[in-house]
Design a protein around this ligand. Structure first.
Ligand code: GRG
Length: 305
């Protein structure tokens, strides 16, 4: 299948599943459901769930069993963005071209919408009812308990203090300070990279990849995770405001230490290109089967929004 068509199909499936899992806007108490949906359906690229599904698809035609977990990652990602935009954190008014959650719904509701998305993620992961049959992923129930536990553990760890939250703490405490490359790497690999690594690892775990395959996928995930923040930093400097849907140059304005502030734009691009070559090289092991994953890798490294 043509790659664009396949990515479109996978993305549509993810959107339908998310729409199914999140309570409707009319359900009581309405405001929290409206806020959850406002941010989940704000035009995100769905990179994390796509990575999970495409990685699972490398190994098995039963890749749809990873759909609930893929959606759980998108819910966690969305919670992190809502909380990151709050006045107590990055204090942003716009994301994806729209007012941020706290600007529309109040700070209290934005905090609770983030909390609700995070906990809904774990509800999906531990649900024992046959809810997922609509998406042809009913054999989610047949996934053995050990694999589910492994997946839930990885997701919890990468979202928590050993991952995203830990990175965010160091980021928050580093604002306005000069930091060294080790601290910057800690921030980037934890705040942004951890969830990306988990996205690909859980795809492989669900598909019962061998130890060797899981190791290669993990290496690939680390390269992707390292590049993700550098690409985001480059977009903050060179991106198009309209396409990005937010103000550019915010890192410099907020005196944030980034790879660019430490080494400059040219070096950041060199590093991105190096990481890209290494990531594609890891995928070579899987041959022709990895063509979709290679395509999304290229998109992640060279995207313009
Ligand atoms: C609040 C615990 C907590 C953590 C927040 C992820 C994060 C930590 C902050 C976001 C800061 C940021 C913009 C980091 C750059 C990398 C990144 C996560 C970009 C946004 O991800 P995309 O491009 O977003 O996948 P879309 O909008 O497509 O979903």
């Amino acid at each position: 299948m043509n790659t664009n068509k396949l990515l479109y199909e996978r993305r549509t499936l993810i959107d339908r599943a998310l729409n199914y899992y999140i309570p409707g806007e009319e359900e009581y108490p309405r405001n929290i459901h409206r806020a959850m949906r406002y941010s989940v359906f704000a035009g995100g690229k769905r990179i994390r769930p796509l990575l999970t599904l495409l990685t699972a698809e490398l190994f098995t035609p039963g890749w749809k069993r990873a759909l609930p977990a893929a959606c759980a990652l998108e819910l966690i990602h969305t919670y992190s963005l809502i909380h990151d935009d709050l006045p107590a954190m990055d204090d942003d008014d716009y994301r994806r071209g729209r007012l941020t959650s706290h600007k529309v719904f109040s700070e209290g509701i934005a905090i609770l919408a983030g909390d609700a998305l995070l906990t809904l993620a774990f509800e999906l992961l531990t649900d024992q009812t046959n809810k997922f049959s609509e998406f042809d992923s009913s054999y989610w129930l047949d996934v053995d308990c050990q694999t589910k536990l492994d997946v839930i553990f990885e997701i919890a760890r990468s979202a928590g203090i050993k991952g995203m939250v830990g990175g965010q703490v160091v980021d928050l405490e580093s604002e306005g300070k000069h930091i060294d490359i080790e601290t910057l790497e800690y921030i980037d690999t934890h705040k942004t990279g951890a969830l990306i690594v988990t996205s690909v690892r859980i795809g492989a775990l669900f598909a019962m990849a061998t130890e060797k395959e899981l190791k290669i996928i993990t290496n690939y995930g680390h390269l992707l995770g390292k590049a993700f923040q550098i690409v985001d930093d480059l977009l903050d400097v060179e991106g198009n405001e309209e396409k990005m849907g937010k103000a550019m140059g915010m890192d410099a304005k907020k005196k944030k230490a980034t790879f660019i502030s430490l080494y400059g734009i040219a070096e950041a691009k060199n590093r991105r290109d190096q990481l890209y070559s290494q990531a594609v090289k890891e995928l070579e092991y899987f041959g022709e089967k990895s063509s979709y994953l290679k395509e999304i890798t290229r998109f992640i490294f060279y995207r313009d929004f």
